[in-house]
Write a protein that binds this ligand. Sequence first.
Ligand code: SAH
Length: 348
Amino acid sequence: MEDLKSLDLNELTSLVTELGEKRYRAKQIYRSLHKNMVDSIDDLKNLPKAFRERLKSNAYISRFKIASKLESKIDDTKKYLFELEDGHIIETVFMKYKHGNTVCISTQVGCKMGCSFCASTKRGLVRNLTAGELLNQIYCIQKDLNERISNIVLMGSGEPLDNYDNVKKFLEIINDEEGQNISYRHITLSTCGLIEEIYELADLGKPINLAISLHNPFNIERKKIMPTANKYSVKSIIEACHYYAKKTGRRISFEYTLISGENDSKKHAEELARISSGFNCHVNLIPLNTVKEYDKVKSNLRAIKEFKRILDSRGINSTIRRELGSDINAACGQLRIDFMSEREKLAR
Ligand code: SAH
C-alpha cells in the first residue's frame, strides 16, 4: 500500500491513471493533501465516491498521533512527541521567533552518526522517515496550533543527508505552490558533514540554507567527538562549503557547540576564524546541552563571550544561540529516550 502523502505529483499522476482516472484527479488529491492538509481518503470530498473506494483498496494516507506535547512556561516553545503508524516515536519542536514561527523537524528515527554529545544517536538508527512523515510534522503542528509556519530547520534527530532522497522530496513538496509554498530561503538543513550529499544538494541549485555541525576546527580533536570526521576532514568540508555557497548564493552557517575545556580555547577560536574567513558564513555558538550519556558541561558565559570576541576581532560573524524551551528539555533526542524508557518500564 502506498502512502499518498509520500508521492510527488508525477508519482501521484501515475497511480491515478493506473487506477483508470483522469490525470487532473492527481492534482486535486495533491492539493487536498499538501495545501489543505487532509488526513483521510474519505475527506477527499472532491473525488467521486467510487474512486475514493478504489483508492482506499490501493493506498492510504499516513497520520500521526500526538503522544505528548510539552509547552514551555518561559517562552512559546512547544515540543511534540509524535507516534508514527508503526509505533515509533519522534520529536518535533515549535519555536516562536520575531522573524516567524519555526519548526525543527526530525529526519530519522534515531541516528547512526554517533556524535558523543548527542542524545539522538545513543540507541542507533531505527529507520529513515518517509517524505510523508517529514511533511506531517509541519502539517500536524500547523493544524494543532492553527498557526502558519514560515520557517523550517532540519535540525532535530537524525542526519538529513543520510536520508537524502526522502529529504529532497520533502523539500520540493513543502516548497511547492500547490502545497504550503514555504520558501527555500526559510529552510535550513543541518548536517554533520556528509560531503557527497552536500555537493548533490548544491547542484540542485536551490537557495536552501546549509548549516554544518563543526564543533571543532582541528581534525584530530573532531574525530574524538564525531565519528564522521574519520571519513570527512575539516578541509574537505570547508571546500564543499565554498562550492555550496558559490552554487546557491546562500550563506553557510557553522554550528559550534561549546564544551567546557574541550573546544572553547583561544586556539580553537583562532583556527575556527581562520577556516571560516574568505567566504560568506556565520558561526552559531551553542552552549552544550547536558545529556545523561555525556559527562562534559557547557562552557561558562565568560568563555563563550571571549570566544565570540576573538571571532569578532577577526571579522567572523557569530551569534550565541538563545536556549529556548530550557524547562521542557527541548534539546535533541532527550525526550524520545525518556519516553521510550518509560514505555519499556510499563511493558515489563
Ligand atoms: N545530524 C544533523 C542534524 C541534527 S543535530 C547535524 O549533525 O547537524 C542538530 C544540531 O544539534 C547539531 O549541530 C548537533 O551537533 C547539535 N547538538 C546535538 N546534541 C547537542 C547537545 N547535547 N548540545 C548542544 N548541541 C547539540
